[in-house]
Design a protein around this ligand. Sequence first.
Ligand SMILES: *Cc1c(COP(=O)(O)O)cnc(C)c1O
Length: 419
Amino acid sequence: MPLKERDCKVLWHPFTQAKTAEPLIAIKRGYGSYLYDTDDKPYLDLISSWWVNLHGHVHPGIAKAIYAQSLTLEHVIFAGFTHEPAVQLCEKLQPLLPGFSKFFFSDNGSTAVEVALKMAYQYWHNQGVRKRTIFLSFDGGYHGDTFGAMSIGGKSGFHTLFSDLFFSVLTIPFPATWDGDEAIQNKEAYALEVLASHLSTSGDAIVALVLEPLIQGANGMQMCRPAFVEQVVHLVRNYGILVIFDEVMTGFGRTGTYFCFEQINIIPDFICLAKGLTGGFLPLALTVTTEKVYKVFWDDALNKSFAHGHSYTANPLGCAAAIASLDLLMEPSTMQSIQAIHDAHTKAIVNLPVKHRRVTGTIAAFDLENPQTFKRKCLEQGLLIRPLGNAVYLLPPYSTTVSELEKAYEKINNILKII
Ligand SMILES: *Cc1c(COP(=O)(O)O)cnc(C)c1O
């Protein structure tokens, strides 16, 4: 029986209505920027396999690091114990995250966000402040599928069904922009007006602001301007509100710098990392914070500690993969590839007959009325693309060459002409 049919008998896929979904594609192997199906048809992976892959599929450097680690130590409880890969990974990350000094491990982006939310809430509680119970986030923001992450992403449209169970969140309109957008000043002014009104009524009751800096990923790669984010952060900080940057998607070079916050001149209080952390090999996440936050938990009282953890916290194999991936990211040639991908996007996207062209770092996006036919044609022609609503985006691994991208854009242009 073909793999697809065996799958249907036993599997329940994420974000999928199995009854009406397009047929599954069974992938047998990956190599570099390509995935190969069971008939050995290649697909250029233009979405980095759900935004996690950085250096191409089955990268031998990462694979070997995982294997070597698995022969030394595969796991140890992380309460009361430590190990080399966990410490080494954080030591290596710290110079890239100036201003941050404490790293808390979990397993995925949603939990990295949950940890930040809980730490932020407890930050106030530990200091005897009980009135701060509301979070602030952006309309359209997506932060994961656990209940806290759903609450702050409540207006993303993904979680409406569960809204009765959410905690209190105030939201700000997201001033999405694109090339040649003439209304951006008005959109930003309106967002700042809404924010000012939230702050004047509830500023003292807000725990933290949570946002995806510069790019709302799941909302269709919607981009905003750095100066706007900077303004927002300055305004909320006047009220002492903590700032959480969800860099689960934007981290590790995706936006052209190692981390997105570097482009905004802001040191937030928390940064959430996951997706690219292990280069796409293993699930691992980090919530990174500052001495200012950590100090509030440092106490003789046990109940001031952060009582949160996961059984796979700081799994050594995940840490070994992350170290190997980070080493690759730090090679000068990787930043050159990131720049080359950015330049190739910028050059090619202007020629596409599409609306709302936008590029940040290695991410390019545009909007189509009905991208489903487009998606099918792309897959037929060996391009792995997965639109989000009306948005089509390209988010390739850094192993993708300029020539591979140029050929992909040529195919995309031809498909757009015939649909
Ligand atoms: C994917 C994503 C998450 C959730 O991460 P998971 O690993 O899927 O739980 C959170 N925030 C952002 C910005 C994301 O893109």
